[in-house]
Write a protein that binds this ligand. Structure first.
Ligand SMILES: Cc1ncc(COP(=O)(O)O)c(C=O)c1O
Length: 394
């Protein structure tokens, strides 16, 4: 079934209640993920970063097609374990409490990304108490210059990882540990990069850095985690990151890492954005101070992404013919319309001044590419407004 057929089905079930829902096409999801995972060269592995969308049905659909999952909290470890007791997990995050480090050991996390010397010392102590040995990657905050993305985690001052300038001290400390085994390095420097060439260069830079540190300090480099950050082009849906070209050029860039090194990718957005749609019903058409507004049943409390990134999310109008009232239906034609949510704040804007042919109260707006950082990052309980339906279909 298509998303429009799914919407029609849900509409029937709702009677007259306004529609607000996410729709996830699980067939499209698994096809897309299979395609890009299969494009990767043999020395690479793909771990899905579940922060992009950690709903059970998504993880269940993805589990057979990925090499494992990347998590950022012990809560996320449990979400993965609810789907698979065996799936490999890599666990990162700028601040981990002792109980998270303990939980990582108890839940058999495969690799822990250590982000500071202090965290390294605590992990050694905790693993020692448990009589365990934990495999780690040191997360490096490189000095740059690095390509720019919508969000920047390295190459500029941020709270993430170990400053490249003190990585030597971190490596020496890790190599002295009895309960921590240094396996390589983790680099996640940016989010939403759309430039294939820049992404390749960045990965090549990671490979050269990791190899030089392994040689300098004399340990076996087993893994490089090249992070996530492959972008989604929300401004032009037809011009997406060309993953096949990226994957085909990777072996050249990775040569510098040397033999026997496994390279991990932990993309979130690129995997799940395209399979998700957010739909919401128009409650009001309003003209204020010379501008047209459509106020919808949903808003940023369901779909924070356009607000967080201050972008106009792409959308289409889904006309609904049913009009239950005996009076004229509010409508706007051939105008630029701003789409606002129903929260009591002016920032609740999903799309700014979009040229619309025709929009009526009771029509639906459908936002594609809403599968990543949509429901997962939104302020669900603000103002006690109702949650959207989450519909998964194949
Ligand atoms: C450490 C780490 N890895 C992977 C990701 C996933 O990034 P993206 O969804 O941009 O691929 C994030 C996102 O913030 C992250 O912090």
């Amino acid at each position: 079934m298509s998303v429009l057929e799914q919407i029609a089905e849900l509409k029937k079930d709702l009677g007259g209640k306004p529609l607000k829902a996410y729709f996830y096409d699980l067939t499209a999801l698994t096809r897309h993920v299979q395609r890009f995972v299969q494009a990767l060269p043999p020395q690479c592995r793909y771990f899905y970063a579940i922060k992009a969308n950690s709903e059970h049905a998504m993880l269940e659909a993805l589990a057979p097609h990925v090499h494992g999952f990347e998590v950022a909290s012990i809560g996320e470890v449990h979400r993965v374990r609810a789907v698979s007791l065996e799936a490999p997990i890599i666990f990162g995050g700028p601040g981990k409490a002792d109980e998270e480090l303990e939980g990582a050991i108890d839940q058999r996390v495969t690799l822990l990304h250590v982000e500071s010397l202090h965290e390294l010392a605590r992990l050694e102590e905790i693993a020692g108490r448990k009589g365990a040995v934990m495999d780690i990657l040191l997360r490096v905050n490189l000095r740059g210059p690095l390509p720019s993305g919508t969000l920047q985690m390295a190459g500029v001052p941020t709270q993430f990882g170990i400053d490249e300038q003190v990585i030597g001290a971190a490596i020496r400390q890790a190599l002295r540990c009895a309960h921590v085994r240094l396996q390589g390095f983790h680099f996640h420097s940016l989010s939403n990069n759309l430039d294939v060439e820049q992404h390749l260069k960045m990965v090549g830079h990671y490979a050269r850095k990791a190899r030089s540190w392994a040689d300098e300090y004399g340990f076996e480099l087993r893994y490089i985690n090249a992070g996530g950050g492959v972008g989604v082009n929300y401004a032009d849906l037809a011009a997406q990151f060309d993953f096949e070209t990226f994957a085909a050029a990777l072996p050249d860039q990775l040569q510098a890492a040397g033999e026997g090194v496994t390279v991990l990718f932990e993309c979130g957005r690129y995997a799940v954005a395209s399979c998700g749609y957010y739909a919401t019903e128009v409650l009001e058409i309003r003209h204020n101070h010379g501008q047209w507004y459509a106020v919808v049943e949903g808003g940023l409390h369901h779909f924070l992404l356009p607000g967080a990134w201050k972008h106009t999310h792409p959308m289409t109008v889904v006309p609904v013919e049913r009009w239950p009232y005996p009076f004229e239906r509010p409508e706007v034609q051939h105008q630029a319309v701003t789409v606002a949510g129903k929260m009591h704040m002016p920032k609740d804007i999903l799309a700014h001044q979009v040229q619309i042919e025709r929009l009526r109260a009771g029509d639906l707006l459908l936002f594609p590419y809403a599968g990543a950082y949509g429901w997962a990052i939104s302020a669900h309980d603000f103002s006690d407004l109702e949650y959207p339906e989450l519909i998964y279909y194949t």
